[in-house]
Design a protein around this ligand. Structure first.
Ligand SMILES: C[C@@H](Nc1nc2c(c3cc(-c4cn[nH]c4)ccc13)C(=O)N=C/C2=C\CC1CC1)C(C)(C)C
Length: 320
């Protein structure tokens, strides 16, 4: 019956009347669960196939008991909220969510061609053309995200995925932050007064100095990570390296990195302008005039920004 919902939530009827145009809530039995795609910190992501349509999805499954015990309900709500705010081809999409007695289920697009990280490992490094194209796609994605006041905070090649068409699909908003615009610009110290210290820190190689020292994050924390990724795409290695995390952190806070011989000069100039200690000095941040100066940088000359999704990517899928 229309009013009844399969997930045992006795939701009031006006919900079902108002959303009668929406699909009925799905349930786990509607899917065949396949391989584990990855483990998040409080969840497992499976490859699943919807029985009725044969469509493949990525299904993030969270144990309610564990989320509650670990006081992570706020993170779960935020991740769902961020996915609901994003509607852009360069991000993994959330199609629907449902729950049963013990678990929450997020049904998301399956990025069939896997991680950028895997391609980088297999190829060593990208060509200038490949680096330019995918830098443009990541810039376009970040422009959308930051325009919505969302910071990813853990951007790295492991969560930049490829769809069937070899365009990027950025994922993993478990550590994302939604900021109000006025707060983002406020750089004076007292804006942190009374602010809960963020316990979260990104992945060592890509984390920005301000996250390590003052625990505050800005949109430009993602721009620092972008600089590290461009360096890595062309150079094959991350700019800040070390056997242990503390060695890497020491280099980051001193911005202690060097370019390999023969590194493309335009790319080098762009990386230099992104890997800036002061988050208000990074090209693409609000204080530096926003995304205009970044999108017109010489390294990105010739990029046609308004129809990247329709262009043929300069990278063939790996036959796994
Ligand atoms: C970083 C992330 N890894 C991944 N997250 C997702 C994938 C995904 C796919 C492959 C893949 C595809 N083919 N071969 C490998 C490898 C890693 C993936 C996907 O297709 N769709 C949604 C995803 C995530 C949705 C988001 C709510 C978490 C972790 C490790 C956190 C699961």
């Amino acid at each position: 019956p229309q009013g009844e919902r399969s997930d045992g939530q006795g939701t009031d009827n006006k919900m079902s009347k108002r959303s009668s145009m929406k699909q009925m809530k799905k349930k786990p039995e509607d899917f065949l669960f396949g391989k584990v795609i990855g483990e998040g910190s409080y969840s497992t992501v499976f490859l699943v196939k919807e029985v009725s349509t044969g469509k493949e999805y990525a299904m993030k499954v969270l144990e309610k008991r564990f989320i509650i015990k670990e006081h992570k309900t706020e993170y779960v709500h935020r991740e769902k909220e961020v996915f609901a705010m994003i509607n852009h081809p360069f991000f993994v999409r959330m199609y629907f969510t449902f729950q049963d007695m013990d678990r929450l289920y997020f049904c998301l697009s399956y990025a069939r061609r896997g991680e950028l990280f895997e391609y980088l490992n297999k190829m060593g490094s990208f060509s200038l053309e490949q680096t330019r194209f995918y830098t443009a796609e990541i810039v376009s994605a970040l422009e959308h995200l930051h325009g919505k006041g969302i910071i990813h905070r853990d951007l790295k090649p492991e969560n930049i995925l490829f769809g069937d068409n070899m365009h990027i699909q950025i994922t993993d908003f478990g550590s994302a932050k939604i900021i109000k615009r006025e707060v983002q610009n406020n750089t004076n110290e007292d804006s942190n007064a009374g602010r809960r210290r963020n316990s979260f820190v990104g992945t060592a190689q890509y984390v920005s100095p301000e996250v390590l020292t003052s625990k505050t994050t800005y949109c430009s924390s993602d721009l620092w990570a972008l600089g590290c990724i461009i360096y890595q795409l062309l150079g094959g290695l991350t700019p800040f390296r070390g056997r242990h995390e503390y060695e890497i952190f020491q280099k980051i806070v001193k911005v202690d990195y060097a370019f390999p011989e023969g590194f493309d000069p335009d790319a080098r100039d762009l990386v230099d302008k992104l890997i800036q200690l002061d988050p208000t000095k990074r090209i693409g941040c609000e204080e530096e005039g926003g995304y205009g100066p970044l999108k017109t940088h010489s390294f990105l000359k010739g990029i046609k920004w308004d129809d990247l999704i329709n262009q043929k990517p300069p990278l063939e899928p790996l036959n796994k």
